[in-house]
Each structure stands twice: as C-alpha cells, then as structure tokens.
Design a protein around this ligand. Structure first.
Ligand code: AHM
Ligand code: MG
Length: 334
C-alpha cells in the first residue's frame, strides 16, 4: 500500500513534470483555486455561527454589514484569481457580463468560468454545496480576453473541477489526465490526495437522481423514462432506486463515486431546464467523461454543444455510460 502523503501542490507539480512543454500556468491557476476553496470552506463551516446568512445589507450582531455567502464566494474566487497573470478574462454564474482582469495586473492565456457557490439555496439547512470551475485556452488576441474566450464548446476545456463542501471538503479536478480527488485536512489546511484516478463505476449503482416534483411539466418521453427506471425489470434496464439532494455538486459527486444517472431535464416552462451549460454542465461533463462516464443533453454529447451565450441553459443527463445511453434510447423511442 502506498502510504506517501501527496498534497495537491505536489500532485500538480508531478503532473506537469510529465508534460515537458508545460509552462506552470495550470499549477498556478489550480493552486489559486485551491486557496479560494479553503477560504470559502472556512466561511461555510462558520455559517451557523455568524450572522452571515441574512440578506445583503443586513447587519450582524456586531452591527457590521453582512454579505450573503454566495456573493462572498464570488468575491473570494475573483480576488484569488485576478492577479496570477495566467488569466485574460473570467465569468461567474453570479454576474451577467464577463469579468475583466484589473488594469494593474498582467493577463495570460486562459479564461476561467466559475459557479462560486452552487446549490446556495441549501446553505441555511446545512446541506452540501460546492464551487465549480472550467478553464479554456483563450482564442482572442490582445491584453484583455473577450466573450469568445469564454463561450467555447466543452470539448475545448483545458481543465475542470469542483470543490464540494460536504461532510468533508473535497476538490476534484481533471486536466485531461485522469480525475483526481483531494480531501482537505483541516488540521494542516492542505488538500491531500485521497482519490487517485477516479473511474465512475459502469454499470454503476441503479440509482436515478432527478427532481420528480417537476414531473407534471415534463415531456411524455421524460415521464416514460423515469417510469421505466422505477418499475421496469432489472434485466430491461429498470429496477432503480432514487436519491436527490438538490445540490448539483453533491448529486454529481455521489454519481461519480457510485455510478448512477443524474438528470435535469427540460420541461414545458423551461425547455432547456435549469442548469447552465458553461458553469455547470460542461465542467461536470469533462470530469465524467474523463472518468469513463457520459454526459448528454438527451440527444447530443454535452461536450459537443456549441454555446451561443454565456448563461445559456441545457438539459443534462450524466453518469454511468450505460445509464446515460439507456436514457437517450428511451427518450428517442418516445
Ligand atoms: P443555483 O445555481 O441557483 O444554486 O441552482 C443550481 C442548483 C443545482 O445545484 C441543483 O442541481 C439544482 O439547482 C436543483 O434545482 P431544483 O430545486 O429545481 O431541483
Ligand atoms: Mg449554480
């Protein structure tokens, strides 16, 4: 058994050594993201202890202005990432427009998209939440990056990952060389390698994950698919159990570790569903596919979709390959 303790920093450096052309940019970007994750983690862990859960503009018991945790997380990520010299532009799920790099700092070759605190409606009730990130190589010229650097298809991502603030805090990332997970040891403040080269079980757990409260607005096909998962015979691809947290990072992490099928379908009111292609679906799709799974919008691979705008939404079916294929087949069969 390998007993060596591998920190995130050491792992990144070792990965880069294997690629002679590497510039060190990723090491620096991932280290800064890990720092942002630790700062957000610290605040999340204090969430019940300080009056940070109120609306923006409220005062805490000390008469100080408090900031909502998702806005805090947005600021932390932006400020951890703005000065490294490797990014040319950023975008956050919390903000309408691209975020330029401040004038006083140099810019670089990469664009970062992030969802600072996904599942934030769960904060008040102590349910897991997470930070999601996606990195592209820039396509524009000049000092400042543009929208084009951000609005790129998922197959062009250079790296993707998330930090889950759960029963423990874990950072999972891929740069296209396997998916690796690092658990935060709070006593030393370091992310330590705990899950090397994660592979999604296939066939995985027979578990589907979807908000069935929206079933009355689903298409007939979607309703038929879930009915089949629940009541079909196991040998026909049925016999599933259900799990749904309502926090994508938590639902996805369980699916990655145990296998299964997570779905956020479109519905009558919102044909594209709820989840954002660039901030949520594409990074999770890169991780899932790199771990041997699949991600689809019901018909096409998420990574092949050509985004038109920064905040566009997409239906999402993600998890063990067999299960995602079954979903596509049932949806197509009608
Ligand atoms: P958010 O970005 O506003 O937090 O919304 C995204 C979240 C996901 O974490 C989760 O999968 C989904 O919303 C749950 O939505 P619903 O409450 O419709 O099931
Ligand atoms: Mg979100």
């Amino acid at each position: 058994m390998d007993r060596s303790v591998v920190t995130l920093d050491r792992h990144i450096v070792e990965q880069e050594r294997r690629h002679p052309g590497a510039t060190g940019a990723f090491s620096s970007i991932l280290q800064d993201l890990a720092l942002a994750g630790k700062l957000i983690n610290r605040q999340v862990r204090k969430a019940g202890l300080v009056d940070i859960l109120g609306q923006t503009g409220r005062q805490n018991v000390h008469g100080e202005e408090v900031q909502k945790l998702d806005e805090f997380a947005h600021d932390v990520v932006f400020r951890a990432m703005d000065h490294g010299g490797h990014l040319c532009v950023m975008a956050s799920e919390e903000q309408e427009d691209p975020l330029p790099i401040p004038e006083e700092f140099p810019t670089g070759d990469y664009a970062l998209l992030f969802d600072p605190l996904d599942g934030s409606s769960n904060i008040d009730v102590n349910i897991s939440i997470g930070t999601i990130f996606s990195i592209h190589e820039r396509v524009s010229q000049g000092r400042d990056g543009t929208r084009d650097d951000l609005v790129q298809p998922g197959h062009r991502q250079e790296a993707a990952g998330y930090i889950l603030y759960g029963s423990s805090t874990i950072l999972v990332y891929t740069t296209g060389n396997g998916v690796h997970g690092f658990t935060l040891d709070p006593s030393i403040g370091e992310f330590l390698l705990s899950h090397r080269d994660i592979r999604i079980p296939d066939p995985g757990d027979r578990v589907y994950s979807v908000n069935e409260g929206h079933a009355d607005k689903w298409s007939e096909d979607q309703r038929g698919l879930v009915e089949h998962l629940k009541t079909g015979r196991e040998r026909d691809g049925g016999g599933f159990s259900a799990r749904y947290v309502g926090s994508l990072v938590a639902d996805f992490h369980r699916t990655l570790m145990n296998g299964g099928l997570f779905m956020y379908p479109g519905n009558r009111a919102n044909p594209e569903g709820k989840l954002r292609l660039l901030y949520e679906a594409a990074p999770m799709a890169m991780i899932c596919e790199e771990a041997g799974g699949r991600a689809s919008d019901g018909e096409r691979d998420i990574l092949s979709l050509n985004p038109q705008n920064l905040h566009q939404r997409t239906p999402l079916y993600i998890g063990s390959s067999d299960h995602v294929e079954l979903a596509e087949e049932r949806l197509a069969a009608g």
